[in-house]
Design a protein around this ligand. Structure first.
Ligand SMILES: [Zn+2]
Ligand SMILES: [Zn+2]
Length: 148
């Protein structure tokens, strides 16, 4: 059982913003940028990231590069603990969610079909898709008929 340190609403806002890029190649954000995205004052962002870092939910990163490849300053990134606090997988709750349905990659791969309860990989592959809902042996509807 992990003892979770409490965070304020402001810290939560900042952490959600940091967690959005958790695990990405560019996984850090500048404080100024966090401020723009969260509608917080720079001083509020600074207080929040420092507090999050003290609690182990974020870490300071120096020497970040900008789009032109120049060293552009320092920023913060969410730690795994931090990302889990605001973005845990809806199934295992032990990994950070990085799929759009709120699951981690592993849980997404082994997720069960809501219709029949079988894992998706036991479904028939048709036209490149696992048939997750209704599977019929008829000719696939052509794309042109589906266009509005
Ligand atoms: Zn998971
Ligand atoms: Zn199914």
């Amino acid at each position: 059982m992990v003892l979770m340190e409490k965070i304020s609403e402001r810290e939560r806002k900042v952490l959600i913003d940091l967690a959005e890029v958790y695990g990405d190649e560019a996984d850090c954000r500048f404080m100024k940028y966090i401020g723009e995205r969260t509608d917080l004052e720079y001083s509020q962002v600074r207080r929040s990231v420092r507090s999050l870092a003290r609690k182990g939910y974020a870490e300071f990163v120096r020497g970040l590069f900008n789009d032109e490849g120049m060293v552009a300053g320092s920023g913060y990134r969410a730690t795994k603990e931090g990302a889990l606090l605001v973005k845990a997988c809806i199934d295992c709750k032990k990994e950070v969610s990085n799929m759009t349905d709120g699951r981690c990659m592993l849980c997404w791969e082994i997720r069960k079909c809501e219709k029949c309860g079988k894992p998706y990989d036991q479904h028939k592959l048709v036209n490149g898709y696992r048939q997750e809902f209704v599977f019929t042996e008829v000719e696939p509807v052509s794309n042109t008929k589906l266009e509005l």
